[in-house]
Design a protein around this ligand. Structure first.
Ligand code: DGL
Length: 257
């Protein structure tokens, strides 16, 4: 059981930010990464479609013998992880915007959240936000177009910088001291964000926390692999190999799910 692979999925290449953290913490695990590029971006899709995709991909990962699945996508986690946990017997690790640590760490009492529309409108996000941000001002913005810009390999382009400046302007008018990145594509915008954000703003990315939680669950279920270390990459669309290469991935197989 322990030599079986871990499954990881996202709507696209954004989940590679989580995968990198997983590989750093768990270098001897074999991993299957699925990018649902035929359906990207998830952010504009309905809860029903996102859930149906999450279930279909998990079914495929289970058929490949995965022992645990990491949902490396905030939009899929906030909309579909409850359904996945109800339907499948393997353990799941999800990712949600790091509202709680941002709220606890805020000195100015104002925090920013950047996420997809699908995440911001989800019940799970709204409940967490209400539970942890009493007495704080939370400025949430939808990252319109950002996922597609990352998917096109334009994370560090001028177009992206301009788009980000526009999206972040309501936050920059206020004294935010934390910016929560509520989408796994956004850590790839860090370089551009650094040009825009005041120095005192802490950018919250929870990829490392997801890797830690995965480690804990592997411990708990006694599933650790000590002999693996390979990662295989799959896309549900024809992969733009130049973009994948720029993210350090040499080979991607197309798969119908
Ligand atoms: N990377 C995803 C997330 O964390 C999906 C974004 C999208 O496809 O819109 O939300």
């Amino acid at each position: 059981m322990h030599t079986k692979p871990i499954g990881v999925f996202d709507s696209g290449i954004g989940g590679l930010s989580v995968l990198n953290a997983l590989k750093e913490m768990l270098p001897h695990e074999d991993i299957l990464y699925v990018a649902d590029q035929a359906y990207t971006p998830y952010g504009k899709r309905t809860k029903e479609t996102i859930t149906a995709r999450a279930v279909a991909i998990t079914n495929w990962l289970v058929a490949q013998d995965c022992k645990l699945v990491v949902v490396a996508c905030n939009t899929a986690t906030t909309n579909a992880v409850a359904q996945l946990r109800a339907q499948f017997s393997i353990p799941f690790v999800g990712i949600e915007p790091a509202i709680k640590p941002a709220a606890l760490g805020s000195q100015t009492g104002v925090i920013g959240v950047l996420a997809t529309a699908g995440t911001l409108t989800s019940t799970l996000f709204q409940t967490t936000s209400q539970d942890y941000t009493q007495g704080l001002e939370v400025i949430s913005q939808v990252g319109h177009g950002l996922v597609s810009l990352v998917e096109e390999g334009k994370a560090n382009s001028e177009t992206t910088e301009q788009q980000l400046r526009e999206i972040l302007s309501p936050m920059l008018e206020k004294p935010i001291d934390h910016l929560v990145l509520g989408c796994t594509h956004y850590p790839f915008l860090t370089q551009t964000l650094k040009k825009i954000l005041p120095k005192n703003v802490t950018v919250m990315d929870c990829s490392a926390a997801v890797a830690k939680q995965t480690n804990r669950l592997l411990d708990f279920h006694n599933l650790h692999n000590t002999k693996g270390g390979k990662t295989a990459y799959y896309s549900t669309a024809t992969p733009e190999i130049d973009v994948w290469n720029s993210f350090g991935v040499a080979e991607v197989k197309q798969v119908e799910i």
